[in-house]
Structure formats: C-alpha cells, structure tokens
Design a protein around this ligand. Structure first.
Ligand SMILES: Nc1nc(=O)n([C@H]2C[C@H](O)[C@@H](COP(=O)(O)O)O2)cc1CO
Ligand SMILES: [Zn+2]
Length: 179
C-alpha cells in the first residue's frame, strides 16, 4: 500500500512491546466478571457470582444465585422462619448456574472464579464436572459445616482452592453511560 498520502496517526504504543499501563490482568478480569455477574442476583442478603474459564483462558460460563425457573416471583428470599418458606431449599447457587450455563461441551480442566467459597453441594458439581481449580473471593462461611465438608471433598479430589488477591488495582470502575 502506498503510504505517502496517509496522514500520520499518533502511535500510543510509542514503539514499545510492553503491555499497556493499567491493562487488566487476566485473573483480575475473571474475578471482576464474577463480581459483575453477582450484581444480577436478586438475593437481598448475599449476591454471588461465578465465572468459569477454560485452559485457553476463555470464559465459558457465568452464573449468579437465583431461584429456579418458575419460582422467580413465587419463592421467598427469607433467611429465617419455617424452613420450607426460606430461600435455602430452593435457590440455585451461582456455581450450579455457571456449570449449567456453560457454552462448551463440558467444564473439564476449567477454573472457577467465585465470589464466595463453594458449599458442599457445589463442591460435588465442581469435582464431578472435572473443574481443576477454585479461586474464591470471600470465605465468610468458613466455620459452617457446609464449607468445611466442601473443603474436605475438594482436598480428597486434589482440587486446589485459593483465595483471590488482585494483581492490579482492587477497584475497577465501569462506566456504561454512552456520553
Ligand atoms: N458458594 C455459594 N454460592 C451461592 O450462590 N450461595 C447463595 C445461596 C444464597 O442465595 C446466598 C447465601 O445467603 P445467606 O445465607 O448469606 O443469606 O448465596 C451461597 C454460597 C455459599 O456456600
Ligand atoms: Zn453451593
């Protein structure tokens, strides 16, 4: 192509091969996707988000805690009272939804980024689904038997779990205002 008549554009790279300053780190991005996904949750007390990433660092799924289809407007988010009327027997956890929502054939070899440590039931799904690593943000229920048994199963299955610490800035501002 004849470049003689082309206007010179400023080159933001300045010829440098280094990463752009402020460029989002991969794992920060994946946890940020999990946090953003958690914002979709209608649970008034705890909003959880999960993001499943394959071995090529591609997002294959996201999920948040929500009521099962048909129950969205009918089931209560109550935490206390008659057990049958609380959310606990019904709510689909973020991890379950992320596994069910996958756009790949399976989740074998994937890593799950989740904003809250998986419970025992989700640990079973993670293990049997072939997920190879868990990265979590909060462990606020670490003393609960559901979390303790979850860790026991993950240990037996030799699936590592690690708490997330951001590599870059801990706050990411997203502006979706078009102007
Ligand atoms: N790993 C998890 N993924 C989840 O999606 N959840 C959901 C189930 C509930 O909707 C909510 C916890 O409610 P609460 O007990 O903090 O008010 O988070 C809970 C856990 C904790 O095991
Ligand atoms: Zn769970």
């Amino acid at each position: 192509m004849d470049k003689r008549n082309q206007k010179q554009q400023p080159d933001p790279s300045n010829g440098s091969k280094r990463k752009r300053e402020g460029c989002l780190d991969c794992s920060d991005y994946f946890m940020a996707v999990a946090v953003l996904t958690s914002k979709m949750s209608e649970d008034p007390n705890t909003q959880v988000g999960a993001c499943i990433v394959n071995q090529d660092n591609k997002v294959v799924s996201t999920g948040h805690n929500q009521m099962p289809k048909g129950g969205e407007d009918k089931l209560s988010w109550a935490r206390t009272g008659d057990k049958l009327d609380t959310k606990y027997l019904y709510v689909c956890h973020a991890e379950l939804n992320a596994i069910m929502n996958k756009n790949s054939a399976d989740v074998k070899g994937c890593t799950i980024y989740v904003t809250l440590f998986p419970c025992n039931e989700c640990a079973k799904l993670i293990i049997q689904g072939g997920i190879k690593k868990v990265v979590y943000l909060s462990d606020k229920y670490k003393d609960d038997v559901l979390t303790i048994s979850s860790k026991k199963m993950l240990d037996l299955a030799e699936i590592p779990y690690e708490q997330f610490y951001p590599k870059g800035a801990p706050e990411i501002v997203i502006n979706i205002n078009p102007n």
